[in-house]
Ligand binder design. Sequence first.
Ligand SMILES: *Cc1c(COP(=O)(O)O)cnc(C)c1O
Length: 408
Amino acid sequence: MTNSERPWGYRENTHGKSPDWQLHADTASVRAGLARSGFGETGEALYLTSGFTYESAEEAVASFADETDHYLYSRFHNPTVSIFEKRLAALEGAELCVATGSGMSAMFASIACLVSQGDHVVASASMFSSCYVVLAEILPKWGVTVEFVKGSVKADWEKALSRPTKAVFIETPSNPMLEIVDIAMVSELAHKVGATVIVDNVMASPILQKPLQHGADVIMYSATKHIDGQGRVLGGAILGSADYINNHLQPFTRHTGPNLSAFNAWVLLKSLETIGMRVERMNSNAQAVAEFLSAHPKVEAVNYPGLKSHPGYAINSRQMSGGGTTMSLTLKGGQKALFAAMNKLVVIDISNNLGDSKSLITHPASTTHRRLAPEIREDLGITDSLARLSVGLEHSTDLIKDLEQALQ
Ligand SMILES: *Cc1c(COP(=O)(O)O)cnc(C)c1O
């Protein structure tokens, strides 16, 4: 193409300069992965395209043979999705990232790409219910055995990890019980029997906990939660080593198609620019709310890893920089008192999402964790009198006032 045929203002090579030092996470979350087009736009471009064109038939051949870095098809790669993946990988300190359309597609792909019939998987039982369904019902249909342990009990892990194991799946803090699993302890045991350790880091977010630094191999996210954090889009991500991503995950995801849309990637990569500030504020708000609730006479119990009374407090303080944005609680009057209080809230919304800028309260037993058998819910502590509270970006004084008037 000659210059005169180019659109007005279009130039080659406006990709910007790259620093030769390791960027701080705050900087990476604003700049990592930036790939400007020839227009030199400030805000990242949205490449809403399913396919890509080639200069020649030979270029198409070379591209499909992986001999060029040409984009092929948005089920495999898309420039906007790539910016999001690179930015999240830089923030996490992971070699590579693959973005997916939801947290559940990330969870499923992260483990399905590893296991075959006859393989053994170990998981901590306290977790988001759809993840539980994948492990307890879907994988066993395909001949994978999944053993559940109490994630906070070392002896349970030692027993389960005394034989060859393909993968270990943990969620810490867990949703909605906020159970803490010692990532370093489990990773050490798991690696001795050849297992890949996958951490669902949704509740902690990439800001408060870096599982790879504690020995885990793979991290999965629901980007719907803190990464978007503004109630707009669904998304997911899987992060790990180049070996895991290139040799296990990509061969699975390229053909099964759980990919993230370019539009949602564009929303999410802009969200990454503010995630540090948002999560830090949500975390300090949650700490203030948890302290208020735990001292309130009508509150029976508060599960929040930022409180010294939490059984996982010491381990959590080692692996997470804060108690997080979410807690669960029970009231003295049981479900009746809880529903009455929830209905009186005027700032906090009743909604089953979490990690949002708006504070949200939900009743897991009848909503998010309804799908679990009653005895499993009972075992996990998800009783009819339990509420989960996700603390947002409102001022903590308003949240406390709202809870105070609702508990009257
Ligand atoms: C929400 C959630 C998921 C699933 O994410 P989606 O984006 O809703 O598919 C997985 N794990 C945890 C801990 C979650 O809270």
